[in-house]
Design a protein around this ligand. Structure first.
Ligand SMILES: Nc1ncnc2c1ncn2[C@@H]1O[C@H](COP(=O)(O)OP(=O)(O)OP(=O)(O)O)[C@@H](O)[C@H]1O
Ligand SMILES: [Mg+2]
Length: 396
């Protein structure tokens, strides 16, 4: 205060001890005709303890928001969500659980679409010592090429026109302490592959337009349904990046290679969709399970999940509480007739059954027009007439 009086300058936020209390004050000179005639002093906090309390309040609020934000970045699934009891499946899960314990090891997950790569990446993170930290998924296909760099590495204030005033952190920065999941890595362009390689070698990132490197503490999990090895041979994927990612490789098994798990997966989806769809489907016939076990499942568990949901909706609409073959339309189409060699039927019956279904499908596609259906089947009209008669199809 005296200083303001003497100098005529305002002073903000200084310590001021008065009446036995430590205050933070500001003083502003009162000037008349160029002369300092007084000082206006104002204490910002009555006591430094008040300031401390206020800071503590603010910190606890910030922590609450941080926790809230981190729930956006949490891995949704854990190993409990991965269903399967076949030998191969159990073996894979056992290895994955072990690798989860090594929080710095890079993991590459490959396998056909719908085999559970994302589920596994989630589970590894949730099982690791990084589980309370963020799990950040980057879908390398969904982000346009020209944005991928800033998405991954962030950008600094004014890095380019239109950039947000304060800059933006990239996915690597957001994943700090946790896991970054680079999904569909096989779709990344060659240019981005090089940039990513540099990051994985240095374990630091620099925001676009920035100059301050950020040291990374993240686990990298990459996934793809492409054959990266093959892509390397064809020159479509950088070999050095492939080696970097391929520190630990987990290969998901296509469903047709662990068909023993189909029944237990069906059981799992029955429970799941009974709750989600608010229906009460009690079970599925053994014969239907057998048919489903003979199907090839090109879409793997995702396809099984989808057909279960559809079948349960159809069954519920019909008022039946048991699933049977008719609820799985694809089993009855001409091209997916499941034939098991230990069936009691002989070849002639099986072939005729198949022929009948092919004709049914052709007639449906031709809207019951015999000439069109005959063309679809590459047979002449009279042959089709004969067969329609033989199989008792109604036609005019
Ligand atoms: N073993 C499993 N047990 C239970 N559900 C599974 C299993 N495997 C996959 N699923 C389910 O199948 C669906 C597809 O799984 P996910 O997304 O992990 O597959 P993906 O391998 O990443 O496929 P894509 O290559 O198409 O991205 C999910 O809904 C998941 O819940
Ligand atoms: Mg996926």
């Amino acid at each position: 205060m005296d200083l303001t009086l003497a100098s005529g300058e305002a002073i903000y936020g200084y310590n001021w001890r008065a009446n036995g209390r430590n205050m933070i004050a500001s003083s502003i000179p009162i000037i008349q005709d160029g002369q300092v005639i007084g000082v206006f002093a104002h204490s910002v906090f009555l006591d430094i303890l008040d300031a401390k309390e206020m800071i503590e309040n603010l910190l606890s609020q910030i922590n609450m928001y941080k926790r809230e934000i981190s729930t956006f970045h949490q891995a949704k699934y854990s190993f409990d969500d991965l269903i399967g009891s076949s030998q191969e499946f159990i073996k894979l899960i056992k290895i994955a659980r072990q690798i989860a314990k090594h929080p710095d090891t890079t993991v590459l997950i490959t396998g056909e679409s719908g085999t559970g790569k994302e589920l596994l990446a989630n589970s590894i993170h949730n099982r690791s010592s990084r589980s309370s930290r963020p799990f950040i998924r980057v879908n390398c296909t969904a982000i346009p090429e020209n944005l991928l760099e800033t998405e991954l590495f962030g950008y600094e204030e004014g890095a380019y026109t239109g950039a947000k005033k304060r800059g933006k952190p990239g996915k690597f920065e957001l994943a700090q302490g946790g896991t970054i999941f680079l999904d569909e890595i096989g779709e990344m362009s060659f240019v981005m592959q090089s940039k990513l390689l540099t990051v994985l070698q240095e374990y630091e990132v620099e925001r676009v337009g920035g100059s301050r490197p950020i040291i990374l503490d993240v686990r990298v999990i990459a996934a793809t349904n492409r054959d990266l090895n093959q892509m390397v041979t064809e020159g479509a994927f950088r070999q050095d990046l492939y080696f970097r990612l391929n520190v630990f490789h987990l290969e998901m098994i296509p469903l047709r290679a662990h068909k023993e798990d189909i029944a237990i997966l069906i059981e799992h989806f029955l429970k799941k969709f009974n709750v989600r769809l608010r229906v009460d489907i009690k079970g599925i016939s053994d014969k239907t399970i057998k048919s489903l076990e003979h199907y090839q499942w090109p879409g793997n568990v995702r396809e099984l999940e989808n057909v279960m949901e559809r079948a349960m909706i159809i069954a519920d609409m019909e008022g039946s509480s048991m699933l049977s073959r008719r609820h799985f339309g694809f089993l009855n189409t001409a091209f997916d007739v499941p034939v098991s060699l230990n069936q009691t039927q002989d070849l002639k019956t099986i072939t005729q059954d198949f022929e009948r279904q092919v004709i049914k499908r052709a007639m449906q596609e031709a809207n019951n027009d015999i000439l069109t259906a005959a063309k679809l089947l590459s047979i002449d009209r009279t042959t089709l007439y004969r067969k329609l008669k033989k199989y008792n199809f109604p036609f005019s």
